[in-house]
Design a protein around this ligand. Structure first.
Ligand SMILES: NC(=O)c1ccc[n+]([C@@H]2O[C@H](COP(=O)([O-])OP(=O)(O)OC[C@H]3O[C@@H](n4cnc5c(N)ncnc54)[C@H](OP(=O)(O)O)[C@@H]3O)[C@@H](O)[C@H]2O)c1
Length: 288
């Protein structure tokens, strides 16, 4: 299975390349720009893949509010460019979307969003990703669209840190932390997301999938679990979003769960705490 991975230097891209092994071709931002439709078609025609996995995104959520043009160019038009070019050579396409397509309204804790829930994004990033989802589905019948959330992985992305790394570094250098309790999500380990993506491709699955590590937590609980596992004993001060709102409105509840994985006989991903422990181990932050 010859597979192109776009966004190969990113945290998910790196884990996809490892999961795919031989037959995978990684393309970084310097090799391909998804906003350049002509260039995307040329490269995909040259490579003749069976699948194209597109992890490229403009996903700095607050910056998307300031630059909707770039947000739509990468997350919507760029997604369509890749899906269309893949379709032209008979390849399937995988596109990653976000929990921020949901508004969380009416969802009490422990009732995660499934693929059956209608999107209602609250910010430009979510709107551009929802547009991307629809354009991918329109351009290529052999599509897998994956909504995920709170990604972290062992590869260092351009951001330079993951949320758990940031918490550990701040706790060690500043000795105190303040994290919001009023936003709940399903944090997701890219190592596991890559393996589950591959399982869906191998089964020729199509359509929309909500794929996250199992369960849900607030950012505060995520930070607390990280410090507990890392053996750092400090109290994390609880805070509310209103005390430090970003430019973008964020859903207060965006945990997700899949009702569609079972259709293809694919196991759900392990619970988020187990995944976090595996990650901290793989980073050498805790011993096995
Ligand atoms: N991170 C999260 O918490 C999260 C949550 C939900 C969904 N997602 C989605 O999951 C996917 C993977 O996220 P990630 O965390 O792995 O992102 P990441 O680490 O930032 O990787 C994204 C990759 O895309 C590349 N890229 C950016 N713009 C591009 C363009 N115009 N053309 C080609 N390549 C471009 C980046 O290269 P440069 O860095 O060199 O620009 C980078 O290699 C994205 O679609 C994202 O929207 C992420």
């Amino acid at each position: 299975m010859k597979t192109l991975v776009i966004g190969a230097t990113g945290q998910l891209g790196q884990d996809l390349l490892k999961a795919l092994g031989d037959g995978a071709i990684g393309l970084g931002h310097g090799d391909i720009d998804v906003t350049d439709g002509v260039g995307v078609s040329r490269i995909i025609r040259e490579k003749q893949p069976d699948w194209v996995i597109n992890t490229a995104a403009f996903h700095r959520v607050d910056d998307c509010e300031l630059n909707p043009t770039l947000s739509f160019a990468v997350n919507a038009t760029g997604a369509a460019n890749v899906a269309r070019a893949a379709q032209e050579v008979g390849a399937g396409v995988v596109f990653y979307s976000t929990d921020y397509v949901y508004d969380g309204a009416g969802h009490a804790r422990n009732t995660p969003h499934t693929e059956r829930d209608a999107p209602a994004p609250l910010n430009v990033y979510g709107i551009s990703k929802q547009a991307g989802e629809q354009m991918v589905a329109l351009a290529n019948a052999r599509h897998i669209v994956i909504r995920s959330s709170g990604l972290y992985g062992t590869a260092t992305s351009r951001k330079g840190w993951t949320f758990p790394e940031l918490m550990i570094n701040k706790a060690r250098t500043e000795g105190k932390l303040k994290v919001v309790t009023d936003q709940a999500l399903s944090p997701t380990y890219t190592h596991d997301l890559a393996a589950t993506t591959l399982a869906l491709m191998q089964r020729d699955a199509t359509g929309l999938f909500n794929l996250t590590s199992g369960g849900e937590c607030s950012w505060h609980e995520f930070a607390s679990a990280t410090l507990d596992l890392a053996g750092i004993d400090i109290d994390i001060e609880p805070s509310m979003t209103v005390q430090n709102p970003g430019k973008a409105i964020r859903p207060t509840y965006s945990a997700m769960d899949s009702v569609r994985l079972a259709e293809f006989g694919v196991e759900p991903m392990r619970p988020w705490r187990e995944a976090l422990s595996h990650y901290l181990n793989a980073k050498g932050i805790i011993g096995s």
